[in-house]
Design a protein around this ligand. Structure first.
Ligand SMILES: C[S@@+](CC[C@H](N)C(=O)[O-])C[C@H]1O[C@@H](n2cnc3c(N)ncnc32)[C@H](O)[C@@H]1O
Length: 211
């Protein structure tokens, strides 16, 4: 992964403030995009322990050192919630809505149960909180995409893309999962390079104030 991000993802990350949950940060190549001065604390849910050393180093390098907390867990509730309880962020007796912002950058393509994972993340957002998203998705060939690119996604998948790419799904309709994942006050998502085999959706979803 690189710090180069599709569309306006870098601006969205630069705006992040308060208590942040970062799902699947890897070695933290994108941590330089956050503005450390706006952030109270970030919890990074990264299941691959081999990446933690690099993640901590990048957190130090970008001025997030003391504020960045590495959790060894996935984004799915049965893994994430206990890790957050153990870290003292979630009180099992209280409502889960804790985070000001949650970032999903190039990760939802590979989580095993996207609908359940997104519902679990939604519950962790404070009312009015923001989910920042940058994810590659199924090609939108019926609207702004291309049929050839959509067909290639199918071919690559049949040839074993998820197997060779650690569970990554090329044909996942992540926007649909996100829209159905909760009640949103505002959804602002747009395609980046929709004509390609790896089109991205980039943007933000703001949770309703009523939950
Ligand atoms: C493609 S990398 C993206 C890393 C980083 N977000 C970036 O954009 O540079 C995907 C990351 O998600 C992590 N991951 C895999 N399965 C996950 C899961 N179920 N929950 C959270 N993270 C997961 C991987 O270990 C990897 O670090």
């Amino acid at each position: 992964m690189s710090a180069d991000l599709p569309g306006h993802t870098a601006q969205l990350l630069h705006q992040c403030q308060g208590l942040i949950l970062d799902i699947g940060p890897g070695t933290g190549e994108v941590l330089s995009r956050f503005d450390a001065s706006k952030i109270t604390a970030i919890y990074g849910a990264e299941p691959t322990a081999d990446l933690h050393e690099g993640l901590r180093k990048n957190a130090e390098k970008t001025g997030l050192g003391q504020k960045y907390h590495v959790l060894r867990c996935g984004g799915e509730p049965e893994s994430l919630y206990p890790a957050l309880h153990k870290a003292g962020v979630l009180n099992p007796e209280a409502a889960a809505a804790t985070f000001d912002e949650i970032c999903c950058i190039r990760v939802l393509c590979g989580v095993p149960e996207p609908a359940k994972t997104i519902r679990g993340l939604y519950a962790l957002l404070k009312p009015g909180g923001r989910l920042v998203v940058c994810e590659h998705v199924v090609n939108p060939w019926k609207t702004e995409g291309r049929f050839v690119a959509r067909a290639l996604q199918w071919v690559y998948s049949v040839m074993g893309w998820p197997f060779f790419m650690g569970g990554c799904e090329l044909q996942r309709d992540t926007e649909d999962y996100l829209r159905r994942g909760g009640v949103w006050k505002r959804v602002s998502l747009g395609y980046v390079e929709p004509e390609t085999t790896i089109p991205f959706i980039v943007g933000e979803l703001i949770k309703t104030d009523d939950y």
